[in-house]
Structures are given as C-alpha cells and as structure tokens.
Design a protein around this ligand. Structure first.
Ligand code: NAI
Length: 778
C-alpha cells in the first residue's frame, strides 16, 4: 500500500513488533528448557514443543514434569520456607525488585507472551504486563505491612499453583505475588501451551534476589498438575482453569487438609438497558468478548439487550464487528489475534457448528493460515441452549433480549456460573439496584473487564471460591497463628440397665421453616443422662428432612436483603429470650453432660449472641482506590444457604456460636445439632419461636452426622457446608462438595475452642466479597 492509498482508505498499515530480543532469549537457552527448581535449571527431559499459534512455528521445547520432578520442587520449596517466612521486610524488597524488573523488561515479556499465546501485542503490552507489575508493587506493600496489620496471621507453607494459558504471566503474578508476600514458597505449573513467559520470569527472578527454592516453576500437562495436587507435602493448592478440572481437584484434595482456592469458568452476562450509551456499550463489548479472542474466564459472553433497542443494537454491533482487525498478533494494529492452539480452535468451531442459532461471522478479512476464528454473534437461541449455558472460550458472543429489569436479572442469573457481570445504563439508580441482585463475584457498571491488584477477583457458584487481589485475597495465603484445640468426639450415653423415666415425655421434633416437623423416617433416638435418666427423644433426620430444610431456606431468601440493623435486633432478642430461660437451659446441659458447667455455658451463649448482634451492622465493605477511572466497592455479601454440623461438646454454645454469625451476615442456615447432646438444640426451638426469627432462616435437625454429611456435601442447592462435628467428616463433605463446587469449612480432625470468638474466621466464612466497579471521579 502506498501513501496515497493509505490516505484514501484511511486504513492502518502494518506495524509489526520486533521479536528479535525474545528470540535471542530463547536461543540463549538453546530453545530447550528444563524446570526451574531451587534456583537452578534442571536438565531438559521428556520435552514437548511450545508453538506460536499464529504461525505454527515451534518456539522452544519444554520439559514434562513427572512425580519425581514435583518431589524435588516441593522439597526445595519446603527447605526455603522457614527463612523466607521469617522476614517480611526482605520479602517486600524482593517483590519490589520483581515489580521493577517486570517494568524494565516489559517489552521482552510482552513480545514473548504474544509469540507464545497469540494475543495481540497491544493487549500484552498495555494490559497484561502493566497489570503484572502492578500486582508485584501492590503485594510488595502487603509484605511490608504484614507484621503490623496482620499480626495474628502467618504463612501456610508450600503452595502448589496451577494456571491456565489465557493470561500466562498475569495469572502467574496473581498467584505468586500474594503467596510470596505472605511468606509462602511456591511450586507453580504454567499451562502446557504457554510456559515460556513463566520460564523467562524464573530466569530473571534471580536478578531480583529471590532466594533459591522460594520460587519453583515446573512445566508439563495435566498429569504434572495432578502430581502437584496429590503431593503430600503441599499446604495449599491454587487453581485457575476449567470447572471440570476444578471439580477433580476438589475431590482429589478432599480431607487432605490442603487449603484450596478455585477460579473457574463463567458465562458472564453483559446487560444493556435501553437508556445506555449505545456506542460505549458496543465498544465495551469489544473489550468483553473480543479481548484476548474471548479466551477470558470473565468474558461478557452472554449479551442481554433490552428488547426495544435490540434490532438497532445488533445492527450497530455487526457493523463494529466487521471493522475488527484479525491477524498477526505481533502487529500493533490488530484487535483480534490467534486462538491459543488448534485444539482450542477445534473446540470453538465444533461448539458453534452445532448451534441452531442465527450465526453471524464478522465480515472482516481473515488470515489464510494460523489459528484464527472470526468474531461471531449468535442470536435466536433459547435460554436453555448449550451455547447460552456453556463456556465457549473463544470470540463468540451469544445474545438474547429482555423486557424489564427484573427479567434481565433472572436471565443473568440463569446459569450455574457466577463469575462476573456487566451492566450498561445511564441511570445510576437502575445500575445500583441491579448490581446487588446479580449472582456474580464481580460486577462492572458502564465498563467491563477491569482488573486491579487492590480489587478482589473471584466467583460464586460453579465459578469457584476464594478471591485474588486486595486484603481479601491474602486470606487464601495465610492462617491463624496458634495451635488448634483437640477434636472432641463424645459417644451418646448408652441406655442404662435400669431406666429412670420421667412422668411426662416432651417430644422434640425437627425444626424446619419455623415449624416443628416429625422426622420423615419416623425414627428417634433416646437421650439418656449419665445417671440413667431418660431426658427425652430426638428425631433422626434423613435425606428428605435435609431436603425440606433446604427448601425452607429457599423460602427465606429475603433474609439476605434485610439490613444489618434489623438482624442485630433479632440476635439481641434471641439473647434476651435465652436469658429469660437460662435456668432451664443450664439444668438441661448439666443433665445431658453429667457436669456442672450449664450455667456458665448459657451465660457464654447469651454473650455470644450479643457479640454477633454487635457485628451484624459493622462488618462493612471497602472502597478500593484503583488506578482507573472509578472505584471498586468490596461488598460483603452473605454466602447464601449453609448447612453446619455442630460440635459434640458445648451443646448450646457450639450451636449459638455457629448460627449467630451465619445469621448476622444474612445467611440462612440448617444446623445439625450435637449428636450426643441434641436436646439443648431442640429446647432452643422455643427461643427461636419467640424472637422474631423468620421461618426458614434457621432450621435445626437432629440425627446422625455420618449419615447426613454426604447428603449435605452433595446437595446441589446448598452454598456452603461447615463441620465442627466430633466425627471427622472432612473427606466426605469435601469430596461430595465437588458437585456444585460449594464452599466448605471442615475441621480435619481438629477441634474448636468455643470459649473464644474467632470473629475474623467466621466473618470471612459467612460472607463472599462482591467487587462492584462503578464510575467515580474524573
Ligand atoms: P484446563 O482446566 O484443563 O487447564 C488449566 C490448567 O490445569 C493447565 O495448567 C493444565 O495443565 C492443568 N490441569 C489439567 N488437568 C489437570 C488435573 N487433572 N490436575 C491438575 N491440573 C490439571 O483447561 P484447558 O484444557 O486448557 O482448557 C479447556 C477449557 O477450559 C477451555 O476451553 C475453557 O473453556 C476452560 N478454561 C477456563 C479458564 C478460566 O480461566 N476459567 C482457563 C483455561 C481454560
């Protein structure tokens, strides 16, 4: 094209980035890599190629890690841990040096990323790499502040981290920076398609003074990932990738005591109201679904547009799509680059070809060779269609319409995922009314795909659990200092040879939806005092009773929308009404346990209710000052529906200490009472009845923990399961929880000290941070 033609067409000429430096680095390593373990390169073994998806060219060969490589990496990380965890100030300096290093080598990283992944250089240069540097800066600060601000927390130990190929270096930064800042050492495995920037990072990390063993990078496919997950000397697994692998990892780690965070897939809604700034909303869509070829876990891949404007919107959108430039990712003028691998291209092609919708492929010029897929819009699908529900992970947008804001929310939430959502409207009232109603970990208002180290990122439902970024992200890389109490397992008192039966039997049923309900199975257990007195009967709940309790929790959804002020009053009232009956409860506890601690336990329970009443209106969120036009609001939302197994000991205090924080934060809870001492819980029904607790917010079942644990863990309509039971139910609960990727809080054979209030842990378990990005300021 000559100058005259350029002026006539106003088209861009090519502006290719020079790949020479990246190639020179690969050449310096003879284009063959081992693993980076204990600060050194291992000898390459079982190599496989890493290709440039734009050309098919083999860039380098990387090694496939086997169990023995993982062993070595974990051993190095373990050896380095103690010294690294000791000195937060040194860590701050090393992380700062890493941030500077990323900036100093930003072009090298950006070019290598684009070569290996196929993403446009514009994106790797202007988005990925700057965000990587930002993450290290931010977490250098977290290391600096750790001793002062988190005096009760310490590192977990060795973290195994497994990341995907869509943002290779950025995902590495999201995983490594908080882990290292908090004093952990890591073994990280990049995705098999995109290992090269992780290896470059490892190579350069020595220049930032990262001590040997603190950072270990092993390469390989899913089997190397599995070896990390299975390794017995790893304290935490952090995973980002597909929901199906996330599920596998959940079951694989069940009961192992390994901490786990999962950042999984999504089918995020992009909602456009009829008063939206249409041009901006369309430009936003370019960033939502054509950014990184749509290979983004939080991509706005499901367009919901208000019916009145849909025709015009689709027309304008198609016009914009036709103007997108697809081609050589190293060309700075390119909008859409190459899909990561032929395998992924095949998946996208197959998913779209099987769709019965109206398929529109952008009329843009397509490269003749390489791994490219055109920007695509599919309309005319029903809400249940595969492509409306399943993640494509490609440049494919599906769209449908809605009429009312209520319908928009229903459609948006009609998915098993809950990662992100975008809302476009010029009406601030509408945007801020919709944001809390969306089931998603992140909501963007009049913007999309914004990320920052200070703003927590992560999902709900089958999009996983745990947050990355912000103060909330640190919880996943730290634990409370101090030793755990011993797990107390208490056997129910056996029937005596000569029974002492009271004259009038009080029948305790189950407490479901604010009513007393007979156990479905028609079985009860006798509860004896150690002195041989029959104290009463407690129903044996089964799977159907649990199901009814979940239904009752569904009926009490409004509790999550009540104010903290109201919830505080209900909790105070519970305390007041318990106090009015304290003698009766104290006697009951003494009879059941055969000890004299009843009065003190009742007193502590009243105090506990007051503590959680106090917290109900004080666990505020935060406004994060992000370096973009806007603020990110961190809103503490209730987790939803929780099933909890009470501890064997402390029959009343153990119950109150669990239901009160759950309630205070707006959750609904079904508690399975202490198995040996269930009658304090059944007596508590009457306190609940007189304290304005709406039916279904608290449900109490009595019965066998072992029998109910798999049912609770596997229930697809429960959001979290907690256990303090004397029987160690950790394995079964976590394994079953993989089904809908629910949150779990299990005790792994450790007890709980009910004499103290571990407010931070309960508050974190009872809430989920939703990050809402809103325009603010200039
Ligand atoms: P994947 O989930 O299989 O791979 C992600 C990472 O996990 C890679 O490092 C891989 O080696 C590792 N891995 C695979 N199997 C493992 C196992 N059993 N144990 C431990 N680690 C294991 O994702 P994949 O196959 O690359 O892509 C398939 C689909 O997953 C995509 O089409 C997309 O829909 C989705 N995906 C979602 C991502 C997200 O961020 N939400 C990221 C990548 C893929």
């Amino acid at each position: 094209m000559n100058v005259r033609e350029i002026f006539e067409t106003m088209d861009y000429g090519p502006a290719p980035e020079d790949a020479a430096q990246a190639m020179a680095w690969l050449d310096a390593h003879k284009r063959t890599f081992g693993h980076f373990i204990d600060g050194k390169w291992t000898k390459p073994a079982r190599s496989f190629p890493s290709k440039n998806p734009a050309t098919g060219e083999i860039l380098a060969k990387v090694s496939q890690a086997n169990a023995s490589d993982i062993d070595k990496a974990v051993a190095a990380a373990r050896k380095a841990h103690k010294a690294w965890a000791k000195d937060a100030k040194t860590r701050a300096r090393v992380l700062y040096a890493l941030a500077r290093l990323i900036q100093k080598q930003s072009r090298l990283f950006a070019t290598l990323e684009t070569l290996d992944n196929g993403k446009p250089i514009r994106e790797s240069r202007d988005i990925d790499i700057p965000l990587v540097a930002r993450h290290f800066y931010y977490h250098a600060g977290m290391a600096q502040l750790m001793d002062a601000e988190l005096p009760d927390r310490e590192a977990l130990g060795v973290c195994g981290q497994i990341i995907p190929w869509n943002f290779p270096l950025l995902m590495l930064a999201w995983k490594i920076a908080p882990a290292l800042a908090m004093g952990n050492t890591v073994v990280l495995k990049p995705a098999e398609y995109t290992s090269l920037t992780a290896l470059l990072f490892a190579d350069l990390s020595r220049e930032a003074g990262v001590p040997p063993g603190v950072l270990n990078i092993v390469t390989g496919d899913g089997s190397s990932g599995e070896a990390i997950v299975k390794h017995s000397d790893i304290d935490k697994i952090a995973f980002t990738g597909s929901t199906s692998v996330g599920r596998k990892i959940r079951s694989e780690t069940a009961g192992s005591g390994k901490k786990l965070t999962l950042e999984l897939g999504g089918k995020s809604p992009y909602i456009v109201f009829d008063d939206a700034d249409i041009d901006s909303a369309i430009e936003g869509l370019v960033d939502a679904i054509w950014f990184n070829q749509g290979q983004v876990c939080c991509a706005g891949s499901r367009l919901l547009v208000q019916e009145g404007i849909s025709d015009g919107f689709y027309t304008a959108l198609k016009a914009r799509m036709d103007k997108l430039r697809v081609g050589d990712p190293l060309d700075k003028c390119i909008d859409v680059g190459a899909v990561v691998d032929p395998v992924q291209l095949e998946t996208i092609t197959k998913l779209v070809s099987e769709s019965a919708g109206d398929i529109y492929h952008a009329a843009c010029e397509m490269p003749e060779k390489g791994c490219y897929y055109p920007p695509t819009l599919i309309t005319g699908l029903s809400t249940a269609d595969n492509l409306m529900q399943e993640e494509v992970f490609g440049p494919v947008l599906v769209a449908t319409t809605f009429r009312t804001p209520g319908e928009a929310v229903e459609l948006a939430n009609n998915t098993r995922y809950g990662l992100a959502a975008t809302v476009w409207t010029e009406n601030v009232n509408l945007a801020l009314d919709i944001a809390p109603k969306l089931t998603a970990g992140v909501v963007w208002v009049n913007a999309t795909n914004l990320f920052d180290a200070a703003a927590g990122f992560g999902g709900v439902r089958e999009s996983g659990f745990g947050r990355e970024g912000g103060w909330e992200g640190l919880a996943a890389y730290t634990k409370s200092k101090g030793k755990a109490a011993k797990l107390v397992q208490i056997a129910p008192v056996a029937a005596p040879e000569k029974a002492d039966v009271e004259s009038l039997d009080r029948t305790a049923k189950l407490y479901i939806g604010g009513n007393q309900a007979r156990p479905d199975g028609g079985y009860s257990q006798a509860v004896w005092s150690p002195k041989g007195r029959l104290l009463g009967h407690a129903g044996l709940a089964n799977r159907k009773d649990l199901r009814n309790a979940v239904e009752a929790m569904n009926g009490a959804q409004g509790w999550g929308r009540t104010t903290g002020h109201l919830r505080a009053q209900v909790l105070y009232y519970l305390g007041e009404n318990l106090s009015a009956r304290s003698d009766e409860f104290a006697r009951r506890i003494n009879h059941m346990t055969g000890k004299r601690g009843g009065a003190a336990e009742v007193d502590a329970s009243i105090d506990r209710l007051f503590t959680w009443a106090a917290w109900a209106d004080k666990y505020d969120g935060a406004a994060k000052g992000v370096p973009l036009r806007g603020i990110a609001l961190a809103m503490n939302e209730p987790v939803g529906k929780i099933v909890a197994f009470a501890s064997d000991d402390a029959p009343l205090l153990g119950l109150v200490s669990v239901i009160a924080p759950a309630m205070a934060m707006g959750n609904r809870i079904t508690l399975i009472a202490s198995e040996p001492y269930p009658l304090a819980a059944t007596d508590f029904y009457q306190v609940l009845d007189t304290s304005d607790v709406p039916g279904g917010v608290i449900n109490i079942l009595t019965g066998s923990h072992t029998e109910l644990a798999p049912q609770a863990g596997g229930h697809m309509d429960v959001d979290a399961v907690w256990t303090f039971s004397g029987r160690d139910l950790s394995t079964v609960i976590e394994r079953e929880a993989a089904g809908n990727v629910k949150r779990t809080w299990v005790n792994n054979g450790k007890g709980h000290d009910w004499s103290k209030v571990d407010a931070a842990t309960f508050l974190a378990a009872a809430t989920e941070v939703k990050t809402v990005w809103v325009p603010y300021g200039e």
